[in-house]
Every structure is written in structure tokens, then in C-alpha cells.
Design a protein around this ligand. Structure first.
Ligand SMILES: Nc1ncnc2c1ncn2[C@@H]1O[C@H](COP(=O)(O)OP(=O)(O)O)[C@@H](O)[C@H]1O
Ligand SMILES: [Mg+2]
Length: 406
């Protein structure tokens, strides 16, 4: 993306929804943020049409998408990733729990403030009992181990872990801009250039993970956060797995699961390329290609592999979607002779200067609205809070033995 200025050309505040900027000769796109809402604004300079957060039937409601609980078919093998010792570094008493940022099956993610340095962090809490009951011990230990070993500009950094009698805790950088999911729901769809920007950053994060033999396995807009700068941060390594060749576990989020995973066949990194295709589709179209209200129907559709792309999608975008969302893995983009280079060099990404992107030299299409400065959490949904029993070290700890590294 050598010329990214046009992402922001139309940034302005307006109350009347007329955000057309006809000063641009070519088709321009931008995302506009106003005080109480965030919208993607598509200004078609040549025709004067504008779509400001216009709804259409394809958009799902903002219900969280459930993840498929993992059913491990094969035992995993030992790790080669470096082990980072953080044990014993923190306790819950080092932090003040401020609010909930997100919830999941195993616990919640809180915004916390360090009592020592005054900084804000995100703290992911898992109930040990829930993890053991759901047979997710290995995945949770993998999440900690993998996240601790990663360092990349587009991946959330983890600083440490600890546990009490009932819960385990992971302390990460707090990513203030919220989920790409929220931005996408408010915007309905992203303009081609905006979708391309986010896709390109996700691609670099996946490239890094794959270079470390980590399959991510849970790509979706809910797990892509936006930093204050507008750059992405991949989070949630709950299904990430270190594999050298293939694995079998059925996990992911129904809309995003590759057909070979559903078929419980051996699969490899290319499941992430399938999901990457689904992500691009969802950003451009506003819904996923195999969407259905019933997960079983989704699986049926994915297995069948037929999907349609709306007419208005650009030909290069159509081409990359068809290449990535390919049922036969032997023909799937990213899994061919040139690996990821086939994706990076695809015409849809033609103007992307990859070296500049990784160095943060490309201007982001949108900067999240963070009115209250450091520690602001207005980009996150409100969740009912409970009385948290964190910090109990006296009760019997039935399950601590399963989490020796925390
Ligand atoms: N580092 C973080 N900074 C800010 N919010 C976060 C962070 N990590 C997670 N969240 C929020 O919490 C939600 C759930 O966290 P996630 O790790 O995805 O858990 P789950 O495995 O339950 O999906 C995320 O979708 C996001 O909204
Ligand atoms: Mg998640």
C-alpha cells in the first residue's frame, strides 16, 4: 500500500451523515469516527453514492459466535518453543480489577491496573475446574506457552501468568481499540482498501506464526484487536498449536472452520489460509460465506464447499477469495509450491509494500476513538460484573497440578 493517504482523506466529523468528499478523483474510502458511534464511510467520488453504515440483510446480529470445543483425537508431542519462566512473578494482589472486557467459556478477560507501575493490562482468567472438565488442559497450557514465546508487532504480548486455588491468570498488554468485530458490525462492511489493510497485517502475523510452526486455528474478527494506533493485534491463542506437519483436533469457530477439520482428516497450517479467506469475505461482504443460524448447517455448507461472492466485489478480491476458500487443500492458496508468497504476491495485495507494513510505516485506515486517554475502555461492550473470588490461596487446590507452568 504505497499510497495509504486516501484511507483517511475523508476523516471528518459530521452530524448529517453526508460524508461525501467529492474532491477525490478516484474511488475513495475512509472510516469515520464520531463521538458516539463509529462508521465506515464509503464515498464513491465518481458517482456521489455513499453508504454510511447502511444495513443490509446479510448482516448477522452481534451475538458472540460460539467456539467449537476442541475434541482432541491424537495426543500432542513435545514443544520446541523456548520456555519463558514467569512463575511466581505476580499475584492478583499486584493488580486492581477494573472491569470485564470480554467473556468466554472458561472465564473472562478483565481490564486491570498494576499497583506497582500504574499501567493497564488485560488479564485473562480461567476457572481451572471448567478447563479440566472440558478437557482443555493441554490447550490452555499450550496457549500460555505459545503466547509467552511470541514477539511480533501484530500479536498481543503476554507478560506473565500465575494462579490461585481456583483460577489461572494471564497478564497481557491491554489493547484499547476493541475488537475488529465491533468495528465491522458498526460498519457492516469495510471498503476494499480497508479490508485489504487489515488482511495484510493479519497475513504478516500468520506468516510469523507459521514460521514458528504454530497454527493459529481461531482466526475471526473477535480475536483481532485494534491498538490505539489502528494497527492490529492478534489475541486468543486458546486453539493455537505447535505442529511440524499435521494434526487432527476439531476446533475453531463454525463459520471459520476448514472442511478438512470438520472431516477429522489430518490437516496442516493451510486451515489458517481457509479462515483467512473467510475473514476477507466477512470484511468485504458483511457476513461469512457459509453462514447459517445452525452450526450443523454451517458444517454441511462448508463440507459442500459452494459459496457465492456478490457481484460488486472487485475481481482481484474475488480471485483471492476463490483461491483461499478452496475445499481441496492441494489447490488452496498458501499451500502451493510458493507457500505464503503466492498470497503476498496475489494481485489483490499488489500495492502493499510488505516491508513498510511490518515496520508500521503505513498509515492505518482508522484510529479508535479513545476519549478518556490511557485506560479508556469505551470500545468494549459492557458485561455484567460479579463478585470475583480471586486471590484465595487457602481452599484446596484440586486442579493446580494440571497447570504447573502458571
Ligand atoms: N489483550 C487484550 N486487550 C484487550 N481486550 C482483550 C485482550 N485479550 C482479550 N480481550 C477481550 O476479551 C475477549 C475474549 O478474549 P479471548 O482471549 O478471545 O478469549 P476466548 O478464548 O474466551 O475467546 C476478546 O475477544 C477481547 O474482546
Ligand atoms: Mg476469542
Amino acid at each position: 500500500m504505497s499510497d495509504t493517504g486516501h484511507f483517511r482523506e475523508n476523516l471528518q466529523n459530521s452530524n448529517d451523515g453526508n460524508l461525501l468528499d467529492n474532491s477525490n478523483e478516484d474511488t475513495t474510502q475512509s472510516i469515520q469516527s464520531n463521538s458516539d458511534s463509529t462508521q465506515v464511510v464509503v464515498s464513491l467520488g465518481s458517482t456521489g453514492d455513499s453508504a454510511v453504515g447502511e444495513g443490509h440483510d446479510l448482516v448477522r446480529d452481534a451475538e458472540p459466535r460460539a467456539t467449537q470445543e476442541c475434541a482432541s483425537a491424537k495426543p500432542s508431542f513435545r514443544t520446541c518453543l523456548p520456555y519463558k519462566e514467569t512463575k511466581g512473578k505476580y499475584t492478583i494482589y499486584d493488580f486492581r480489577v477494573l472491569r470485564t472486557l470480554g467473556t468466554g467459556f472458561f472465564g473472562r478477560v478483565h481490564l486491570v491496573k498494576s499497583n506497582h507501575n500504574g499501567r493497564y493490562y488485560a488479564m485473562k482468567v480461567f476457572r481451572k475446574r471448567n478447563i479440566v472438565k472440558a478437557k482443555q488442559v493441554e490447550h490452555t497450557n499450550d496457549e500460555r506457552r505459545i503466547l509467552a514465546s511470541l514477539q511480533h508487532p501484530f500479536i498481543t504480548r503476554m507478560w506473565g501468568t500465575f494462579q490461585d486455588s481456583k483460577s489461572i491468570f494471564m497478564v497481557m498488554d491491554y489493547i484499547e481499540g476493541g475488537e475488529l468485530f465491533s468495528l465491522l458490525r458498526k460498519s457492516r462492511t469495510f471498503p476494499n482498501q480497508v479490508a485489504k489493510f487489515y488482511a495484510a497485517e493479519v497475513l504478516l502475523a500468520l506468516e510469523y506464526l507459521h514460521s514458528k510452526n504454530v497454527i493459529y486455528r481461531d482466526l475471526k474478527p473477535e480475536n483481532i484487536l485494534l491498538a490505539r494506533s489502528g494497527h492490529i493485534k492478534l489475541t486468543d491463542f486458546g486453539f493455537a498449536k505447535e505442529v511440524e506437519t499435521t494434526t487432527y483436533t476439531l476446533c475453531g469457530t463454525p463459520d471459520y472452520i476448514a472442511p478438512e477439520v470438520i472431516a477429522v482428516q489430518a490437516y496442516n497450517k493451510s486451515v489458517d489460509w481457509w479462515s483467512f479467506g473467510i475473514l476477507i469475505y466477512e470484511m468485504l461482504v458483511g457476513t461469512t460465506p457459509f453462514y447459517d443460524s445452525s452450526p450443523l448447517k454451517i458444517y454441511e455448507k462448508i463440507t459442500n464447499g459452494m459459496f457465492s461472492i456478490p457481484e460488486h466485489i472487485q475481481p482481484e478480491a474475488k480471485s483471492i477469495l476463490k483461491g483461499l476458500i478452496k475445499k481441496d487443500v492441494t489447490y488452496r492458496l498458501g499451500n502451493l509450491q510458493n507457500g505464503i508468497d503466492d498470497i503476498k504476491q496475489h494481485p489483490w495485495f499488489e500495492e502493499v509494500v510488505w516491508g513498510n507494513l511490518i515496520n508500521g510505516k503505513i498509515e492505518t485506515p482508522y484510529e479508535p476513538n479513545i476519549p478518556n486517554g490511557v485506560g479508556d475502555s469505551s470500545q468494549f461492550e459492557i458485561y455484567p460484573e460479579e463478585n470475583y473470588d480471586y486471590g484465595n490461596y487457602n481452599d484446596p487446590d484440586e486442579f493446580g497440578l494440571y497447570f504447573p507452568d502458571f
